[in-house]
Design a protein around this ligand. Sequence first.
Ligand code: SAM
Length: 289
Amino acid sequence: MNLCDQKTVKNIMTAFGLHFRKEFGQNFLTNKLVVEDIAEMCTDTAEGTILEIGPGIGTLTRELAERHRRVLALEIDKSLIPALAYTLGDFDNVTVVNEDVMKADIAALLAPAFAEGPVSVCANLPYYITTPILMKLLESGLPFRHITIMIQKEVADRLVAKAGSGAYGAITAVLNYYGVAEKLFTVAAGQFMPPPKVDSAVVRITLHEEKPYQPKNERIFFRTIRAAFEQRRKTLPNALSAGFPELDKSVLTDIVVAAGHSADIRGERLSTAEFLTLADMIADKLAEN
Ligand code: SAM
């Protein structure tokens, strides 16, 4: 069964009374080489489980099932479940669960998989909800080996951006805290059915086994990054002052300078390690007050 063949996809959709649902970001991949590459490159071992978010009609799922020990696929759209039973019927290592990934208890769903071996995520994500899904996966604290996601190209550029570049944002600084992101390749809009309005790219995140950054207070660390980027055109002391109204602006300026920066630097120039130093100093100051 070739689920990259547009006629086959149309026939299955008709047979199961399906239509592409925009509200769920349904753009199915139709380039077999791309699907094979994603399944191949998503992690470095075939011994583990792959969590797939949004299997659609099973295009990527089949390739994952051929290459990995087990696949657990979460699909929000109930109407796709009978079609998936058909397209994945010849695999005994795939489990499909009809759940919204944002509501699912992924720790509980994956507990048996983690007991058995490494677990990675591989998904052609619905673009309307990319960042919340990525943050949920990272913040879950689950020891994923890799998270490989197909996302909008602009978002991919943001994830791998260097500090100080235009694409660098809060999500980049936060992501670096959890792991290292690399862009594997880009995919043109025409390789999907129906084609989305934007080009896409595949990003693989290798999670840190041991976090190289240990903030004194994680909440303040994230707050510091958020404050810096919420007002990214302002100088860092001004941006921090809006984000930490409980501290005087002069105190925040002193902290920025004591951390080795000029008082007119903008937050977008700071690396994750530099945000950590700053956040620890803010945490100390808040503890004094
Ligand atoms: N994996 C297929 C492919 O590559 O051709 C389909 C990818 S399509 C871009 C995104 C898929 O995610 C759709 O099947 C959609 O129904 C599903 N989806 C959207 N929101 C979801 C959510 N919150 N939880 C689980 N699946 C979701």
